[in-house]
Design a binder for this molecule. Sequence first.
Ligand SMILES: NC(=O)c1ccc[n+]([C@@H]2O[C@H](COP(=O)([O-])OP(=O)(O)OC[C@H]3O[C@@H](n4cnc5c(N)ncnc54)[C@H](OP(=O)(O)O)[C@@H]3O)[C@@H](O)[C@H]2O)c1
Length: 292
Amino acid sequence: MSSVGFIGLGLMGKPMATRLLKAGYRLVVYNRSSKPVEELTALGAIPASSPREVAERSEFVITMLPDNPDVRFVIAGSNGVIEGVRRGMVVIDMSTVSPYLAQELHKMLADKGVDFLDAPVSGSTMAAETGTLTIMVGGKYETYERALPIFRSMGDKIFYMGGPGMGAFTKLCNQIAVSLNLLATCEALLLAKKVGLDQQKVIEVISTGAGSSWQLTVLGPRMIKRDFTPGFKVQHLRKDLRIIREIAEQLGLSLLGTNLVAELIKALDQKGHGLDGTQSLITLLEELAGLK
Ligand SMILES: NC(=O)c1ccc[n+]([C@@H]2O[C@H](COP(=O)([O-])OP(=O)(O)OC[C@H]3O[C@@H](n4cnc5c(N)ncnc54)[C@H](OP(=O)(O)O)[C@@H]3O)[C@@H](O)[C@H]2O)c1
């Protein structure tokens, strides 16, 4: 089996890398902090001391990092992946970042004879653990086909979306739907609380019909239990919404609902909830509504 390198072992990256290890891949790992590297090494992964070394020791390199600057630094910065690649290799970024960055990296790596895929994911940390992520892929079709067995170890809904950047654009469309469903879930629970309904029962009722969503059925109960443990951090949703707004501005596209949620998420982050899960949005809306 191919040798795979994995960089970025956070809430998503660690379980995704673990799936690859369990599928039998020879796995080389690197992360900024050392704890997740030690945990994966204990499971059989090979630790590397830099993104460059990961590339030197792998045929495929996967990155799963927070934001544009992190991906740019890890792939194209000093001691980065690009310094360790060889012709014929494949670099796959699975983070949620700008499609324009994906297109830039695609060109930069193509000059070295290396193929690039943007392949962001949707699904929670639970989906990462169980290998049931949705994966949306942009890049050359032949490269997508080469990477398919690797994707199948991490996801069970894998879609080829088109040329470079098209996977990343699809993920931004997904994040628009995620954000507005998150706001809808919070507002439905606010009204339920205000009039004295049993909020859990309201979720059960809505989930049987046209108003259902993952945000409602999975995050709604956590809002009621006041469980704000992060699956998906507020600071990452803020980043996604920032990228969507930048692109919408460039395209002259008005995204009124998305802009509204972006401002709420920004305020939530500034109030100190950046590392909480996105379900903590309910606390800000309760405050605005005068509900405790
Ligand atoms: N969580 C979700 O439900 C979810 C779902 C779909 C997509 N995503 C997207 O997937 C990406 C990762 O999300 P996450 O939730 O896994 O984030 P996370 O928990 O914040 O993990 C990010 C990881 O990247 C590492 N890192 C950051 N900069 C690095 C660098 N320069 N070199 C090496 N490692 C570096 C961090 O290391 P440290 O330990 O040093 O911080 C951390 O382990 C984001 O783009 C996010 O939007 C998340």
